[in-house]
Write a protein that binds this ligand. Structure first.
Ligand SMILES: C[S@@+](CC[C@H](N)C(=O)[O-])C[C@H]1O[C@@H](n2cnc3c(N)ncnc32)[C@H](O)[C@@H]1O
Length: 190
């Protein structure tokens, strides 16, 4: 584990990145992973999605939270084969299925009550707009890499402006947006 300052320089958005930690530049800050797992404990979803599962650290944390919940499962999506294999290994014995495919083509198996979006930044808005089709009103998406210094924040503001979601921004080093779906997505009915 290394100080996040090794990966994210101080900024006006988050002046003390050294207060956070991360395993590497691709895996989420450990404290953010803990937050995501706590949201899963608090919200008790039946079905959750994690895009850009990477090496599976946050997927493992979500899977552990779901196991503690006693119900629910996670679809973790990662298109890099080696990373997907590592994520699968990390999530063995947990209610997690790793899908080695493009998140932009992934079809959820049931309504998505919770989502952790952490794939390529450039695709984040398209990914969110697509997944919202399967999200019922009140479903929550946590979106990584959404600090004001990053394009994701600007892209996702447009979704909020459209009234599709409402958002709270968290000042973590790489930035997190917590989004609430404002209406049932067109494919979210069970
Ligand atoms: C920042 S890393 C993920 C870190 C991980 N979510 C965590 O919290 O530890 C981003 C990952 O997204 C994957 N990725 C990028 N675009 C993708 C897409 N469209 N579909 C699936 N995976 C994607 C990359 O291969 C990379 O492993």
């Amino acid at each position: 584990m290394r100080p996040e300052r090794d990966f994210t320089p101080p900024s006006a958005f988050c002046p003390h990145p050294e207060r956070w930690t991360a395993i590497d530049a691709d895996s989420a800050e450990r404290e953010v992973t803990e937050l995501v797992a706590s949201l899963v404990r608090a919200l008790q979803p039946d079905y959750a999605i994690a895009t850009g599962a990477g090496f599976g650290h946050t997927a493992q944390a979500i899977g552990t939270a779901l196991r503690r919940n006693g119900h629910g499962r996670l679809a973790a999506i990662e298109f890099d084969e080696a990373r997907a294999a590592e994520a699968e290994e990390r999530c063995q014995q947990l209610p997690v299925k790793v899908w080695c495919q493009d998140s932009l083509a992934f079809v959820p198996e049931e309504p998505v009550e919770f989502a952790w979006l952490d794939s390529a930044s450039c695709d984040r808005e398209r990914e969110l707009r697509r997944l919202l089709q399967w999200m019922p009103a009140g479903a929550i998406a946590a979106v990584h890499d959404a600090g004001t210094q990053r394009d994701v924040y600007r892209m996702l503001q447009s979704v909020a402006v459209d009234g599709i979601v409402r958002a709270v921004r968290l000042r973590t080093p790489r930035g997190v947006l917590i989004l609430e779906a404002m209406a049932d997505g067109i494919r979210s009915a069970r």
